[in-house]
Design a binder for this molecule. Sequence first.
Ligand SMILES: Nc1ncnc2c1ncn2[C@@H]1O[C@H](COP(=O)(O)OP(=O)(O)O)[C@@H](O)[C@H]1O
Ligand SMILES: [Mg+2]
Length: 244
Amino acid sequence: MSAPLIAWSGVSAGYDDARVLHGIDLQVHAGEVLAVLGRNGAGKTTLLHALFNLGPQVQGRLTVHGQDVTGWPTHRIARLGLALVPQGRGVFADLAVRDNLRLATLAPHTRSTSAGAGRAWTLERVFETFPRLAERQRAASGSLSGGERQMLAMARALLTQPQVLVLDEPSEGLAPLAVQEVIARHVADLARDGLTVLLVEQNVPLALQLASRVAVLSAGGLAFEGTPEALARDKALQREHLGV
Ligand SMILES: Nc1ncnc2c1ncn2[C@@H]1O[C@H](COP(=O)(O)OP(=O)(O)O)[C@@H](O)[C@H]1O
Ligand SMILES: [Mg+2]
């Protein structure tokens, strides 16, 4: 296997007096869809926020393309080709859809498009990929449905020309049909196109449907790492660590 694109090595993380993650060793490899599953409070967001240096105190080592990025400011980590779609979407509600997208193209962590191997993400390509956003481009982002807002958040992330798309519970609050049409369809298309995806989810069927590899986070430690098929078979593990 090639050197990992992202690696957490002996990473513990937490907030002031509360330690949340305990010595995590995990890698993301180029071209895979890695799903990290876990119950509410398991530490999934903390795992991502440790990587992006977005708040938690971190011990251990984080690397991107083998380079130690521990303690780097968030925008420098993002410039290495990592785009985070935060839990709850993080779009500017008062801005029109189009202006939210334009802002993303100006973001300081946007990579020069020549750096990427694939076709660059432009407003035009975003509107081709998400026709609904083209229809709603003049609408205030706050007026979008949950599914539309998730498309906008994904589009904003893609406009920074990432190599890895990191999604924090994208299916949260969406109806089953929207989960399929917005998340499943687009993540599958993007992965087929060569994008590496780190998908954090509580939705086990969605993760099993999309992932090439699965990890289960439970009480701040890794309880499982393996294929979606192996997790699907292990009902006892699902019951104990995922509550399904
Ligand atoms: N900013 C924070 N300050 C203090 N505690 C936090 C903070 N964010 C999360 N936590 C705590 O860390 C634990 C893990 O949270 P989180 O990483 O958000 O889990 P998940 O994303 O799996 O639901 C929870 O007990 C939560 O209350
Ligand atoms: Mg979370």
